[in-house]
Design a protein. Structure first.
Length: 148
């Protein structure tokens, strides 16, 4: 049995022997990459931070649910499906439009783990289908670890 040790402070988070600097983008990316490869039975070279989970990797809703469970287990963070997978993104864009508000800042407030630039990018390409990227997962994890 492997002993789990957790340290929570402003700089690091230790999970299953791995140290994650809260700003450790590449460490988090490598862990997410391993999870995705395992869940979707993929080759590692097919996944980059800008890879789309649904459009490029063919992830389906059941895969996303399994991914949420794996992220929760690996990083010991609360995972809210509607936030991490941007499931209500279109709804928030519609709300902003109906309320005559600028969409990017309005939606960015709903997804504090995303930058306003990333939100604007998603809005620009939303008609092309699901816009969830691996980097969005990394942003969510980093955001949740900082809050822990």
């Amino acid at each position: 049995m492997r002993l789990l040790h957790f340290v929570r402070n402003d700089r690091e988070h230790i999970v299953q022997g791995f140290v994650y600097n809260v700003g450790g983008y590449m460490d988090t990316f490598e862990e997410i990459k391993k999870i995705i490869i395992d869940l979707l039975d993929l080759e590692g070279d097919t996944i980059a931070p800008d890879t789309y989970l649904i459009k490029d990797l063919g992830a389906e809703s059941i895969d996303l649910l399994e991914l949420a469970v794996a992220i929760n287990s690996r990083f010991k963070i609360a995972v809210k499906d509607e936030e991490i997978f941007l499931t209500r993104f279109r709804l928030h864009v519609t709300e902003a439009t109906q309320q005559r508000k600028d969409s990017a800042p309005y939606v960015a407030a709903k997804y504090p783990h995303l930058t306003e630039d990333r939100v604007a990018e998603v809005i620009t390409h939303i008609s092309e289908g699901p816009q969830l990227k691996v980097t969005d997962l990394i942003s969510y994890i980093t955001y949740q670890l900082r809050r822990a």
